[in-house]
Design a protein around this ligand. Structure first.
Ligand code: PLP
Length: 390
């Protein structure tokens, strides 16, 4: 079989590969604590599951409109407007199977060979992968530990050229847990408006902020014409396997993204969308309970990491990831992640899997029980102790 050249440009998400490795190790009888995969360990709230069952009984088993069921688009518009303090029309909303397709479709719709896309590094690996896939040039903007993993706006300004077609932001961030402060969002928005560059704001962790309010760059002046929100149900409602996400964007772009949906998925699963409607309009207590538990785990886990010699971990402001600096322990984050898995039975991801500026760090997802997190901390400390004595 002969494959198109572009297939060699497509990257991947290492979390899924490490998961396979960890499972293979478990099959040999080794106990592994899974801190590699980025999904809530909670079940989807019961009332959402019941609503999907009802929808199946009611006949939501057919194709629906490519942009999503009208009642769900309306509910998303209202929810996004309420959460962010802005106004949104249903026509700006496109529902997709997960948030990921919004990333893929938006990059596809806005960038082509010869164009440049600025993206956060370390960052979600699919940004760079898809930018390359469409033939555009990925331009990384480093996230700085000394700036609590925000970016340097002057550095961003220097990266903008007349070929920049899109800036991608993610806050709260994967993998760092960092949050872009309001003054940075404001300054980035001013740059975007000055140069007329659209901003894809990946807000999949928008409901997972530990202190203060979530801020979206799309509420800054001038961003109504340039802001594109990616959000969804995977993380907020523990619905990763349902494949439910959405984008909110200027209507002229929504038309193109809808056409990409027609050409690929046709539509998002109809009964899943009815469950999504229940998620938005039903009780929000399960989300609050999940966040309270994540906060407890964050506090225990980050304190534990900082007690390990050679580890230095900034307190994450959102999401459910810890991103400790481990450069004193190992020159290669990949080697250390591998050692922790093979010897300690703790699965994590190497910082470098999130881009070159992630070297020197590890990413742990603390979406696991407190008992398992404590077990992992002990094992990591033992491994580091053994490494130190070699
Ligand atoms: N954006 C970021 C930053 C993520 O970490 C993830 C999932 O890990 C996604 C988007 C995709 O989420 P979904 O499962 O809704 O496709």
């Amino acid at each position: 079989m002969r494959f198109a050249d572009r297939m060699s440009l497509l990257g991947t998400e290492t979390a899924f590969e490490v998961l396979v490795k960890a499972r293979a190790l478990e099959a040999t009888g080794k106990d592994v604590v899974h801190l590699e995969i980025g999904e809530p360990d909670f079940d989807t709230p019961r009332h959402i599951i019941e609503s999907a069952k009802e929808a199946l009984d009611q006949g939501y088993t057919h194709y629906g409109p490519s942009a999503g069921l009208p009642e769900l688009r309306e509910a998303i518009a209202q929810d996004v407007a309420r959460q962010r303090g802005t106004t949104v029309r249903a026509a700006q909303v496109v529902v997709t199977p997960g948030g990921k397709p919004i990333m893929f479709f938006v990059i596809m719709a806005l960038a082509q060979p010869g164009d440049e896309v600025i993206y956060p590094n370390p960052g979600f690996p699919i940004y760079e992968s898809v930018i390359r896939f469409v033939g555009a040039t990925p331009v990384p903007i480093p996230l700085r530990e000394e700036k609590k993993f925000s970016l340097d706006v002057n550095e961003l300004r220097d990266l903008i050229t007349d070929r920049t077609r899109l800036i991608i932001l993610n806050s709260p961030q994967n993998p760092t847990g960092g949050i872009l402060p309001q003054e940075d969002l404001q300054a980035i928005a001013e740059l975007a408006v000055q140069y007329g560059i659209p901003v894809l704001s990946d807000e999949i962790y928008s409901r997972m902020v530990y202190d203060g309010e979530f801020r979206s760059i799309t509420t800054c002046d001038g961003m109504q014409e340039l802001g594109i929100i990616l959000d969804g149900f995977s993380k907020t409602y523990a619905m990763t396997g349902w494949r439910l996400g959405y984008g909110v964007m200027p209507e002229e772009l929504a038309i193109h993204i809808t056409r990409l949906m027609t050409n690929s998925n046709s539509c998002t699963s109809s009964f899943s969308q009815r469950a999504a409607l229940t998620a938005l309009t039903g009780p929000q207590e399960p989300v609050e309970a999940m966040m309270a538990e994540f906060r407890r785990r964050r506090d225990v886990f980050v304190e534990g990491l900082n007690a390990i010699p050679g580890f230095r971990c900034a307190m994450p402001g959102g999401a459910f990831y810890a991103f400790p600096n481990v450069s004193e322990v190992s020159r290669s984050s990949k080697e250390l992640a591998d050692y922790l898995l093979q010897t300690g039975g703790v699965a994590s991801l190497a910082g470098v899997d999130f881009g070159v500026y992630g070297e020197g760090y590890l990413r742990f997802s603390y979406a696991n029980s407190l008992a398992n997190l404590r077990k992992a901390l002990e094992r990591i400390a033992d491994c580091v102790d053994t490494l130190g004595q070699r």
